[in-house]
Design a protein around this ligand. Structure first.
Ligand code: MG
Length: 203
């Protein structure tokens, strides 16, 4: 399986990183080895001094597809989740300033936290899902899928022009504002519609 991630999908986060609003989605991929083991803490990698949390709504693909039209995209997933796209911001800044690919900053082992899955039918209108990330009990990222520049169905249509979607693939749909560095012993908890999706300790 593969993890397809969207960058800069919320205007407020795009602004906080001082990026221009993109004309089309920013796309990158994490390998399956990026998925964090759910029973283990997140270990800050030795190569970074500035790992940021990015809470994101996730979509699990349940049908194979290519060139999927937006109006049919809803047939390709039944479960929605919440996760973290851990980002070695210092490594990413260096790569970006040299015009190089982001993988070392984005796709390292353990960089993809995948929380609990929820049947989409239990989440109401998928274009207005509230979600939040708490760090040590304090809310640090709070948003709603209504603030996405590209909706889940539009993302599926866009990425499936380039990549065949397969059963079990996961989409990370981008992070809202409020990203920040994590430190040892931080506790990160994600909620979607007040429902707890994950709890991760940083080591
Ligand atoms: Mg992200």
């Amino acid at each position: 399986m593969k993890i397809i991630c969207i960058g800069r999908n919320y205007a407020d986060h795009t602004a906080e990183l001082q990026h221009a609003r993109p004309d089309e989605p920013v796309v990158f991929i994490k390998p399956d080895t990026a998925i964090a083991q759910s029973n283990l803490p997140f270990f800050i990698p030795e190569f970074s001094n500035d790992v940021h949390h990015e809470v994101e709504v996730l979509v699990k693909i349940n049908r194979i597809g290519k060139h999927i039209q937006s109006k049919f995209a809803h047939k390709y997933y039944n479960e929605i989740g919440l996760g973290i796209d851990f980002t070695a911001r210092d490594v990413q800044q260096k790569l970006k300033s040299n015009g190089l690919p982001w993988e070392k900053a984005k796709a390292f082992d353990g960089s993809a936290v995948v929380g609990k899955w929820f049947e989409k039918s239990t989440l109401g209108d998928l274009t207005t899902i509230p979600f939040a990330l708490y760090k040590n009990g304090t809310i640090v990222q709070e948003a709603n899928t209504s603030l996405m520049l590209w909706s889940i169905d539009e993302i599926i249509a866009y990425v499936s022009q380039y990549f065949t979607l397969k059963i079990g693939d996961i989409l990370f749909t981008g992070t809202p504002a409020g990203v920040g560095a994590v430190e040892k012993n931080d506790k990160l908890e994600g909620f979607i519609h007040e429902r707890k999706a994950f709890s991760v300790t940083v080591k």
